[in-house]
Design a protein around this ligand. Structure first.
Ligand code: AKB
Length: 318
């Protein structure tokens, strides 16, 4: 039997991944934790505990008490926020991972999942169809912490023969929990403003093309990676994963197909210089070959679901 610990169940990924894991492993076997309260869907469908990943003593006590066998560590400070408080962000992003890696080695956790990001790439990386293995000189604190994290994951995998798995997520687009502090967040905010105000003032330039992914793809990809046989997984650091690539103008044009009067304006801020260092599209052939990854959602399908679901959200609030 598996007992799964999810750290960061209130965040954008955690709020959906926890529910998906409960479907696979059973509600009572997936322990949701965060430093803040999670949604009712999570707290009412299975165990939820307030837990700080930086509190090593409580963490180890928790893992032993609930006989945890797998850990998903999703707590992180994202790219935009990390630039505001670089040293704190580095501290949180690295300490949380290292606490889990070392605890997992000590108590013999079977599998660990840790999210990396397209932020591991930088200005000197080829921008189009960015390969799995390429120049990696990230120019943001978040990117530096993710690249260092990948190296630590690979190190623990080889040195201690552990099973730590990871994905370099593109910008994630979802409607259940809003993103917070990232550079790709515009692609979530735009849907809320399109419905609420009929317009959006974008903090990136119109032609800033970035790799993105609809959350259902990201969740399925994560579960599929974690369910794969260890022997097929050749990448021991983190897998490139590709969904949809688009720029703000293309997203706005797609929204206009559903809301013809929608208007977009552009007012780039500090996040533009972060986005300028990231790839435009990702080559995920290693993930396709090793564990059969394939994305399901294109721009049109994602836009139509996002608009529908966010409209429902506003209507049920009224
Ligand atoms: C961010 O924008 O910081 C994140 C990411 C691409 O990892 N969404």
């Amino acid at each position: 039997m598996e007992n799964i610990l999810v750290i960061g169940s209130s965040g954008q990924i955690g709020s959906e991944l926890t529910l998906a894991l409960r479907k696979v492993y059973g509600n009572n076997n997936v322990f949701a934790t965060d430093i803040r309260e999670s949604s009712k869907e999570i707290t009412q469908s299975g165990p939820f505990h307030l837990l700080d990943v930086l509190d090593e003593k409580r963490l180890i006590h928790f893992v032993i008490r609930y006989k945890i066998t797998q850990i998903y560590i999703l707590a992180a400070v994202l790219s935009g926020n990390a630039e505001k408080l670089p040293l704190q962000a580095w501290d949180i992003n690295m300490k949380s991972l290292l606490n889990i890696l070392d605890l997992s080695r000590e108590v013999g956790i079977k599998k660990v999942f840790w999210p990396s990001s397209i932020a591991v790439f930088g200005k000197t990386t080829p921008k189009v169809n960015t390969p799995q293995l390429t120049i990696m000189e990230p120019n943001t604190v978040y990117g530096i912490s993710k690249l260092a994290g990948e190296r630590w994951c690979e190190y623990y995998n080889y040195k201690y023969d552990m099973d730590i798995r990871s994905i370099r997520y593109p910008g994630l687009i979802s409607y259940k929990t809003e993103a917070g502090g990232g550079t790709t967040d515009y692609a979530v905010e735009i849907f809320y403003d399109a419905i609420e105000k009929g317009s959006y003032d974008c903090f990136l330039k119109s032609d800033t093309k970035l790799p993105m992914m609809f959350m259902p793809d990201a969740i399925r990809g994560t579960v599929e990676l974690m369910e794969s046989e260890k022997s097929v997984l050749k990448i021991k650091s983190s897998y490139n994963l590709s969904g949809i690539s688009f720029d703000p103008q293309q997203l706005s044009d797609e929204i206009k197909k559903f809301i013809p009067e929608f208007k977009i304006s552009y007012n780039p801020d500090f996040r533009q210089s972060i986005a300028d260092t990231w790839p435009q599209s990702i080559d995920d052939s290693n993930a396709r070959t090793d564990w059969g990854w394939k994305s399901d959602y294109d721009l049109n399908k994602m836009t139509s679901i996002m608009l529908e679901e966010i409209k429902n959200k506003f209507e049920t609030k009224i």
